[in-house]
Write a protein that binds this ligand. Structure first.
Ligand code: SF4
Length: 99
């Protein structure tokens, strides 16, 4: 349909002002190691979470966070409840340009 903007185009227009430290924390790496499904990885639309087999740990690319909170729900409901979710500090995080 003419005039419609795709999700990719909308996300591509977003800007990020990353904080120096992550606003997403883990209670412990061990909880993530033993998390059977690691739903944070699949539910995040921004691919913030990555399992790094070489380090045997969950990596968090917080700079890409879209602040949907989907990972928070997934971790609490389906995961091992290791994720401590918060918004980035004032003035930081995603800036949506096209809604
Ligand atoms: S869902 Fe939670 S406990 Fe499981 S890997 Fe992700 S952050 Fe860790």
């Amino acid at each position: 349909m003419a005039g419609r903007i795709s999700v990719s185009e909308r996300l591509g227009a977003d800007a990020f002002n990353s904080d120096k430290t992550s606003h997403l924390r883990l209670v412990s790496d061990d909880l993530c190691r033993s998390c059977p499904r690691k739903p944070c990885i699949t539910v995040c639309p921004a691919q913030v979470y990555e399992w790094e087999p070489g380090q045997n740990k969950l990596l968090i690319h917080y700079e890409n966070c879209l602040e949907t909170g989907a990972c928070r729900v997934a971790c609490q409901e389906l995961g091992n409840k290791s994720l401590v979710w918060a918004y980035p500090g004032a003035g930081h995080g995603v800036q949506y340009r096209l809604g």
